[in-house]
Design a protein around this ligand. Structure first.
Ligand code: F6R
Ligand code: MG
Ligand code: MG
Length: 366
């Protein structure tokens, strides 16, 4: 097959089972049916429906390019019909990520998260799709940096001539709705100044410097900023292409052997470790967490999704999971104190304005 293909991953939380911990199979079956119809009509080359925690993930390949109305409408309609089922079953938070009543050309800004990339399929095209629950898109900054800029993680940056030139990072300022491209290794200190502040600056795309080839694409929607109020965590997705002049599968997975601290645990208001788990363990239950990440590996074949392989289903990640549990215990021991609880401006639940009002008269000069 010639010509570019588009890989679109569009996700939403349209109802949890039980609470926010997981997904009812009826929702997945309904999504499967919708995408199967689109496949039969020739809109999709292939698709895969999965979930991480309470998030429904639609993985689709097609020839329609980025931000395509038909593809986005298919995802939107799928989420709407799954919401109907979630309502019938009185699942928790039915339709919680659908912030609008009517579709208007793209799901962007309407609640669902989107990561998409368009490229010419190589002779062999391994891709990994990371999906996380109980966290936000800033959670990808650290692993993306390690994959594409850290020679202690990615040996290929040093010893593979085809990636020795480095990568370019497109960083979005989600507060100011601006973006900038920064280059590694030459600008890594500048880059780190921004992406270390992962609530505000998020890596959206990564390109190989030598030829501009797209290497990674992440969802950077922030539901709270879209809606102007708390409407659930963003629970991001990330697509990474691997091998042959891009980081190897093992180099792409390696950063997740360190369970770094991310925001989003319990009520979107706590920090906790991001735990890499196999698909069947992506059911965050303890204190509504700790945050989880799964990795679905595919080989593309003329746009067909050969897979998935459950890439964190490997005892080599057991230590990371054990460590994540230790970190979870340590963080939980802080109870309502920072830095387990997020800073005052960052919490998605707060009683502070009411308390300030109630106790106003009791504050006296110190
Ligand atoms: C959901 C999440 C949960 C909820 C919590 C309270 O992504 O992070 O921890 O915030 O279960 O939910 P409500 O207020 O709906 O009872
Ligand atoms: Mg939920
Ligand atoms: Mg979720």
């Amino acid at each position: 097959m010639s010509g570019k293909i588009t890989l679109s991953v569009i996700k939403a939380d349209v109802g949890g089972y039980v609470g926010h911990s997981s997904m009812h199979p009826d929702l997945m079956n309904a999504a499967e049916e919708r995408l199967s119809n689109a496949f039969d009509k020739g809109l999709l080359i292939d698709y895969h429906v999965t979930r991480c925690g309470d998030d429904l993930e639609l993985i689709m390949t097609h020839k329609n390019g980025l931000d395509n109305e038909k593809i986005h409408k298919l995802a939107w309609d799928t989420f709407v019909s799954c919401t109907e089922i979630a309502k019938e079953l009185k699942l928790y938070g039915a339709g919680q990520d659908l912030l609008s009543d009517a579709f208007s050309g793209t799901v962007k800004g309407m609640g669902p998260g989107v990561a998409e990339m368009e490229f010419e399929e190589r002779k062999s095209e391994p891709v990994i799709i990371f999906m996380a629950d109980k966290t936000s898109p800033g959670a990808w900054n650290l692993p993306i940096y390690k994959i594409f800029a850290d020679p202690f993680n990615t040996a290929g940056l040093v010893i593979d001539p085809s990636m020795h030139g480095g990568f370019k990072f497109e960083v979005v300022d989600v507060y100011e709705h601006k973006k900038i491209i920064l280059s590694a290794p030459d600008e890594i200190y500048d880059l780190l100044m921004f992406i270390g502040a992962m609530r505000r600056f998020m890596i959206k795309n990564v390109y190989r410097k030598s030829d501009g080839e797209i290497a990674a694409a992440a969802s950077t929607q922030k539901l709270s900023l879209i809606a102007g109020r708390y409407v659930g965590k963003d629970d991001p997705v990330l697509i990474v292409r691997c091998q042959s002049g891009l980081p190897a599968v093992g180099e792409v997975l390696e950063p997740f052997a360190f369970s770094h601290l991310v925001e989003g645990w319990m009520r979107g208001s706590h920090h906790g470790p991001l735990m890499p788990v196999p698909f069947y363990e992506a059911n965050p239950s303890r204190f509504d967490g700790p945050p989880r990440v799964i990795a679905a590996g595919f080989q593309l074949c003329g746009g067909k999704l050969i897979g998935p392989r459950d890439l964190f289903d490997d005892p080599a990640f057991d230590e990371a999971r054990k460590k994540a549990n230790e970190i979870a215990n340590y963080m939980r021991s802080h109870g309502p104190f920072e830095p387990h609880r997020l800073g005052l401006d960052d919490m998605e639940y707060t009683t502070m304005p009411q308390l300030m009002k109630k106790l106003e008269g009791r504050f006296v000069p110190e």
